[in-house]
Each structure stands twice: as structure tokens, then as C-alpha cells.
Write a protein that binds this ligand. Structure first.
Ligand code: HEM
Length: 288
């Protein structure tokens, strides 16, 4: 990996793309877990107290990284270490969010606007407490409480959850098991087609976790949905968006692009030229 000039984000993008192919890991791609890293780095945001969010890359510290919801994301961070070593000028906060955006597009998803400028300074008082991220075992009220806290509406929640087209659940991370779709390294609207189009049955895993399953007729592969995924289908206000995205891939892609960008920008203030203006929150904090 060649070193780059500070600010050469295209060079970083190229190196991220090159590391996505990981034949020994999961379904052969680092892409899904990188998307999850980007989302969990940002999804701690609380609009009311202006705490959490991707600024600061707080997951490097036990207070945030040790949240059980972040189990497994060390794999994503380790994948990105050689990139950070080669392009040492990029902040972790920018690298983690950029990796998510590059992975989505490289796996066949939409281009997502991305702006740099996040800092790795962490203000202690702004580190999010554990419990800010959603619990897959719960229902629609919980999903709304978590995402309304960040400032999203019902349509945006459904679009964001379409990221479950990618990747899988691991029993040693979340306790849930399996992938949502047959081809979990290809970004598409298949998740919505399955959610709306087939019959899901409930089951309890040996570890006591409750999830939903469907055996795909062609591949005989068992696919899964979390209780929170099913909540999007069972809830009268979420369901119309699931139906819309199942029928209209282009609208899903356009909406996902917008809302993923919004997620990664939570808590970041910019001036008219796009420069981040709240990077000096070091008061008594850590810095890397
Ligand atoms: C994986 C829960 C929303 C992206 C997972 C896993 C759980 C989960 C339990 C499995 C983790 C593991 O065992 O490795 C939820 C819940 C959500 C939610 C409860 C909201 C109600 C989102 C959003 C995104 C996202 C908004 C991105 C925009 C992913 C990806 C994976 C994943 C890409 C696969 C990771 C991998 O393959 O390692 N999610 N998630 N999720 N989630 Fe979500």
C-alpha cells in the first residue's frame, strides 16, 4: 500500500476497495462488517444532548467499544489498520465512515455522498453511554425510540434497515445466526422483497434467542429476520415503505444514499464551505 498526500481521499478509497476481498472471512468480503462499523460509529447520536455520533471515533475506547452491541466490530477495525498505517493523515472517524460508503458502492449499492473533516478528539462528556444502539430482539416501539432519538422519520428508518441486504448475524457476536438474503455481499432490495414476499416462521435458537426463518426453495438455504426486521413488516406505518422498496429498487437506492449520508453526518457541524466547525471539543478528553 503506497503512502499518500494528506487529503488524497481517492487513494484511500482505492485501498479500501482492494481490501474488501477477504476469501478467508465470512462470505468472502469485509464489506458488510465495514458497513456495520460505519453505522455503529454514528448510530449512538442523541440529538437532544448532542452526544455520540461518528465524530471522535469513540469506539476505540472501552466505554463505547465494549458495548455488547459492538461485539465483532474489532474485525472491521483490524481490517482497516493497514489503511490507517499507509494514510496516517486520515482520522479514524473519517476512515470508518468512508469505508462504509466505499463498501456499499463496491458491493453494487448507490454512491453515497461523503464529506471528510471528522476529528479523533474525544470529549469525555460526549462519549455515548452503552445502550444507544438498537436491540434486535425488540419491536417497533423500540426501533422508533432509538431512531427518533437520532432525528430520523419512519421512511428513513425503513430505508436504513435495508442495509440488512448485507452480511450476517454471528452467534458469537449478537447471539442471532444467519444471513438475511442469499447473496449477502451484493447490495440490493432483496431484503424488502423477502420481508414482504415470503412466509416467515418464528424459532428459538439453542442459546434462547428468538428469530424468524424461511427456507429458500431454490437454494434450500435458511434465511433469517430479526424481530426488529419483522417489526417493519408488522407495523402499519413502516409497512408501506417496505412494500415500496420491494417494488422499486431505484427509489430504495436513492433514499438509502440520502439517509446513510445523513447518519454519518449526525453531530457534525459544517460551515458553508463544508469545513467541520466542531472539531475542538478536547476539554479533558483523550486524543490519539
Ligand atoms: C448486522 C441489528 C440496523 C447494518 C446486524 C446484526 C444485528 C443487527 C443483531 C448481527 C451482528 C452479528 O451478529 O454479527 C440491527 C438492528 C437494527 C439494525 C436491531 C435496527 C433496528 C442497521 C442499520 C445498518 C445495519 C441502520 C446500516 C445502515 C448491518 C450490517 C450487518 C448488520 C451491514 C452485517 C454485519 C456483518 O456481516 O458482520 N445488525 N441492525 N443495521 N447490520 Fe444491523
Amino acid at each position: 500500500m503506497a503512502k499518500s498526500t494528506p487529503g488524497d481521499y481517492d487513494a484511500v478509497r482505492e485501498d479500501i476497495k482492494a481490501l474488501l476481498h477477504q476469501p478467508e472471512y465470512d462470505d468472502g468480503s469485509a464489506g458488510p462488517v465495514l458497513v456495520r462499523l460505519a453505522w455503529h460509529s454514528a448510530g449512538t447520536y442523541d440529538a437532544e444532548t448532542d452526544t455520540g455520533g461518528s465524530n471522535g471515533a469513540g469506539m476505540r475506547y472501552e466505554a463505547e467499544g465494549g458495548d455488547p452491541a459492538n461485539a465483532g466490530l474489532q474485525h472491521a477495525r483490524v481490517f482497516l489498520e493497514p489503511i490507517k498505517a499507509a494514510h496516517s493523515w486520515i482520522t479514524y472517524a473519517d476512515l470508518w465512515t468512508l469505508a462504509g460508503v466505499v463498501a456499499v458502492e463496491a458491493m453494487g449499492g448507490p454512491a453515497v455522498p461523503w464529506q471528510p473533516g471528522r476529528t479523533d478528539y474525544v470529549d469525555d462528556s460526549k462519549l455515548p453511554p452503552p445502550g444507544r444502539l438498537p436491540d434486535g430482539a425488540l419491536g417497533a416501539d423500540h426501533v422508533r425510540a432509538i431512531f427518533y432519538r437520532m432525528g430520523f422519520n419512519d421512511q428513513e428508518i425503513v430505508a436504513l434497515c435495508g442495509a440488512h441486504n448485507l452480511g450476517r448475524c454471528h452467534s458469537d457476536r449478537s447471539g442471532f445466526e444467519g444471513a438475511w438474503v442469499n447473496n449477502p455481499t451484493r447490495f440490493s432490495n432483496q431484503y424488502f422483497k423477502l420481508l414482504s414476499g415470503v412466509e416467515w416462521k418464528e424459532k428459538t435458537l439453542e442459546n434462547g434467542m428468538r428469530q424468524f426463518y424461511y427456507i429458500d426453495e431454490d437454494s434450500e438455504e435458511e434465511l433469517m429476520m430479526l424481530p426488529t426486521d419483522m417489526a417493519l413488516w408488522f407495523d402499519d406505518k413502516f409497512r408501506p415503505y417496505v412494500e415500496k422498496y420491494a417494488k422499486d429498487k431505484d427509489t430504495f437506492f436513492a433514499d438509502f444514499s440520502k439517509v446513510f449520508n445523513k447518519l454519518l453526518e449526525l453531530g457534525i457541524e459544517r460551515d458553508a464551505s463544508g469545513r467541520v466547525t466542531n472539531t475542538d471539543n478536547v476539554k479533558g478528553g483523550y486524543h490519539s
